[in-house]
Design a protein around this ligand. Structure first.
Ligand code: HAM
Length: 473
């Protein structure tokens, strides 16, 4: 082979031509994950730059949505897989429901909630039915439960995109992803603690440490009326101090006023009575049971008596996970609670239920802030450099992939120098090199591409996979 056999490969190649801004392994220099923005971008493995001629694309992602490109999308997939694995270990089966449902399914989220009144992507389809893109998955899962009547307890996990017509900003999108669980058919406080622990432990697995669990009980349908009355009286007494929006909300659902983030409402909310003081014997006992198991599991929480959450179906246990690493407005990285009346509201049998959903996009932002759960440095383990025409790359690639080793290669019979450049950019720790000399001798060069100490050895075709595996462990 013509290329010098010295080991210091990276120092021998030129750096890529300056192209600013550009995306390398799909992380755009302008910070805009997922939006190509008409800028040149590297392909996975960085094999070549897309045409620079396209300066202004005709179409862009709709407002509030993002393209999540390879690299970041692989990171998201890894998160979802880790969540699915944790849920499976806790006895939850995977459930998939349609991305759109009859609008009526989501109306049950509450006539006074923004999600229903302002944020629904609804449409009348060609069949004349009124549908909505799902803004969350709990209602869909409960609809599926009512439709299929599975054995209880029914424990399921899910993942996927949700759609809310919100005002977009960092951490708040019109299409975003959630992972979550729902458990229907039991109100044992043990399951409340189980789902909370599942979410808590998942954050820990990712390496997130700046997470606070806020916990509350919203009472049930027997003790809540007395609380609502006390709350209504309090807000009526302070009516003129409330924002216009909260004055309106008060007429529809006084509890929702507690969820207001508007400045004028805050002092009135701070002075409002709290639900925990109104819990009857049974709900108080249930809440104590949940806390006892959480204490036993050593899961730290803060009792937040004004936590009501943004959806109307909650009864008894409610909770939210807040990342203190994220800025205030969008720092909720997950939340959930009991919805013991939802199955009956959707026409099914009286069935208690509890669950949570975690915001995948926000969790990844929190991971960025904390410097944990980073994108894998490379999607491939081995980069094949073939300067004999490309057939060897095809053959060796197939062999390595069959042995479970992720590989990539260059195309278009490029020069060795060009191929090494791409190999370096791919981040692969190993290169397999075939030149004319190797082809004649029936050997292959194996080179390490990362680290201080670079190794370069000649191996036979029969020992290649073993030698590669040895260096990857
Ligand atoms: P949620 O609080 O509406 O609850 O959403 C859960 C999480 O989804 C939030 O904590 C946040 O991380 C993320 N999220 C919500 N909206 C957006 C957005 N526009 N952009 C980015 N992330 C967002 C539910 O959805 C309930 N279904 C949870 C549940 C399950 N309750 C019982 N079971």
């Amino acid at each position: 082979m013509s290329r010098s056999s010295r080991v210091s490969i990276i120092t021998m190649v030129d750096s890529p031509p300056p192209l600013a801004p550009f995306c390398y392994r799909n992380r755009c220099e302008n910070g805009a994950f997922g939006t190509l923005q008409g800028k040149p971008t590297a392909q996975v493995g960085g094999t070549q730059l897309a045409s620079r001629a396209v300066a202004k694309p005709t179409f862009r992602t709709p407002k509030g949505t993002r393209d999540i490109l390879p690299g970041e999308a692989d990171r998201q997939r890894a998160l979802v897989n880790a969540f699915g694995e944790a849920a499976r270990r806790a006895g939850y089966g995977h459930v998939m429901t349609p991305m759109f449902e009859d609008l009526g399914v989501f109306k049950r989220l509450g006539e006074s909630t923004d999600v229903v009144t302002k944020e629904m992507y609804d449409f009348v389809a060609k069949d004349g039915n009124h549908y909505a893109l799902r803004p969350e998955l709990t209602a869909s899962v409960v609809r599926a439960f009512v439709q299929h009547r599975p054995l209880i307890p029914w424990k399921v996990w899910y993942e996927g995109p949700q759609f809310r017509y919100e005002r977009p900003q960092a951490g708040r999108y019109r299409q975003f992803s959630q992972v979550g669980v729902e458990a229907l058919g039991t109100d044992d406080p043990g399951i409340d603690a189980e789902v909370i622990a599942l979410a808590w432990n998942f954050y820990q697995t990712l390496g997130l440490s700046e997470v606070t669990l806020h916990l509350n009980s919203l009472g049930d349908r027997t003790d809540r009326p007395a609380y609502i009355e006390a709350l209504t009286n309090h807000f009526q007494e302070n009516f003129d101090s409330l924002s216009e929006q909260s004055q309106f909300t008060l007429q529809v659902n006084p509890l929702r006023v507690l969820d207001s983030k508007r400045e004028p409402d805050q002092s009135v909310i701070d002075a409002a009575p709290v639900m925990v003081d109104f819990l009857n014997g049974e709900t108080a006992e249930h809440f104590a049971g949940v806390r006892r198991v959480l204490d036993q599991l050593e899961i730290p929480y803060e009792i937040s008596p004004r936590l009501v959450r943004g959806l109307d179906y909650y009864l008894r246990t409610t909770f939210e996970f807040v990342s203190t690493a994220l800025p205030g407005a969008q720092n909720a990285i997950g939340g959930g609670g009991r919805y013991d009346a939802l199955a009956a509201d959707l026409g099914g049998p009286d069935t208690p239920g509890i669950g949570f959903a975690l915001g995948v996009d926000r969790i990844l932002l929190a991971c960025d802030e904390e410097g944990v759960f980073e994108a894998a440095p490379s999607l491939v383990d081995v980069f094949i450099i073939d300067v004999t025409g490309g057939d060897q790359a095809a053959l060796l690639g197939a062999q390595l992939q069959t042995a479970g080793i992720a590989t990539d290669r260059a195309y278009d019979s490029r020069s060795m120098r060009a191929q090494f450049k791409v190999a370096d950019k791919s981040g692969a720790p190993l290169a397999v090199v075939v030149g004319e000399d190797e082809l004649a001798a029936g050997t292959i060069q194996l080179r390490t591409l990362q680290g201080e100490e670079r190794e370069q050895i000649s191996v036979t075709r029969t020992t290649l996979i073993e030698e590669v595996k040895k260096r990857l462990t």
